[in-house]
Design a protein around this ligand. Structure first.
Ligand code: ISE
Length: 339
């Protein structure tokens, strides 16, 4: 640790929190994990083993009270985000909040209201796909108009399996949440409507889930996005997009690396989890956030308004999933505070 290192409190030491703790300790420059906030003592202790010198706390308030951190990284489940964001905002600490910002538009609005009382945005939302090199290249292609206007995005989002706690609505709130952020970012336009279709059910899905699903998203500029959301595909983790332009197409997220031919077969490795598929994107996201905090810009990525728009899209998505039909989201202007 150097004197100028940003002291980060990581809140939540589950899978994502532990991943970020190792990342900050081993790969990020200019930052150190100074505090681990986790009510489960055994979990906190296990996480602290990867963060030399970090103190452990049962609540964010305790960590703030003793001035244990300069910035806060929130990696708890979504329903616990607001109670951590509010005291951190009060203490004027820059925040990187894992997706979602909060789980419903009402709580996201409360966060926006609290943040807009400050001088500028303090909250960055952890939509890591925006930091993936190929997504970035695709966005450049869209804005360059080299292939003409973008007309469609065809997305696949496939998980080999999901934990027991994953329930039906999470197809939208935990998984398609990423497309609700990244598709508008790629296409430069907000979500207008959401519809969910059910193909034949995968008999290998856990009994509580009816999936895969096909989510059809219309953006305000007319671009149509379809997402195959699949959480029992068994073979591996795959997130890919084909963009259809007026004069051509482009694909990202194709398998890469060594190809092997043997015994009349062709092999190529596929990811098993988002932690490896997006490892470089997470590294870049956290490094850029730390650099922004050190510069005094505080954030460098999706802000709380983006998080709020995604919460609106998720609410529409859950309604479409439960009740069917095409669910519309009323247009709202982005406040100048979040320009
Ligand atoms: C998980 O929570 C994530 O955020 C992953 O990126 C996503 O692919 C997965 O479906 C979610 O469960």
């Amino acid at each position: 640790m150097t004197q100028n290192d940003i002291r980060v409190a990581v809140v939540g030491a589950g899978m994502m929190g532990a991943d970020h703790i190792s990342r900050i300790t081993d790969r990020i420059s200019g930052a150190v994990v100074s505090a681990i906030v986790e009510p489960d003592a055994a979990r906190a202790e296990a996480a602290a083993a990867h963060a030399p010198g970090a103190q452990t706390f049962a609540s964010i308030e305790d960590a703030i009270e003793v001035g244990a951190a300069d910035a806060v990284l929130i990696a708890t489940p979504g329903q616990f985000h607001e109670p951590v964001i509010m005291p951190a905002l009060d203490a004027r600490l820059p925040i990187l909040c894992e997706k979602p910002l909060t789980q419903e538009p009402e709580s996201s609005r409360r966060v926006l209201d609290a943040e807009q009382k400050l001088d500028r945005p303090y909250i960055q939302v952890g939509f890591m796909r925006r930091f993936d090199r190929e997504y970035d290249q695709l966005r450049d292609l869209v804005t360059s108009k080299d292939a003409g206007e973008l007309v469609m995005l065809r997305c696949v989002h496939r998980n080999p399996n999901v934990p027991d706690a994953y329930h039906q609505d999470m197809l939208i709130t935990d998984s398609v949440v990423h497309e609700f952020d990244v598709a508008p970012w790629l296409a430069g336009s907000d979500v207008k409507t959401v519809e969910v279709k059910f193909p034949r059910r995968n008999s290998l899905s856990p009994e509580r889930l009816r999936e895969p699903i096909l989510v059809i998203i219309e953006l305000e500029n007319g671009v149509l996005v379809d997402v195959e959301m699949n959480v029992s595909i068994q073979f591996g983790y795959q997130v890919a997009t084909e963009a259809v332009f007026e004069k051509g197409t482009a694909r990202i997220g194709q398998p890469n690396g060594l190809q092997r031919w043997q015994d009349e077969r062709v092999f190529q490795r596929e990811h098993a989890s988002f932690t490896t598929r997006f490892a470089d994107a997470y590294d870049s996201e956290i490094q850029r956030w730390i650099d922004a905090v050190r510069r005094g810009d505080l954030i460098d990525g999706p802000n709380a308004w983006d998080g709020y728009k995604v919460a609106l899209a998720c609410e529409a998505g859950v309604k479409a999933l439960r009740e069917g039909g095409i669910v519309e989201i009323p247009h709202e202007e982005r406040p100048a505070f979040y320009a």
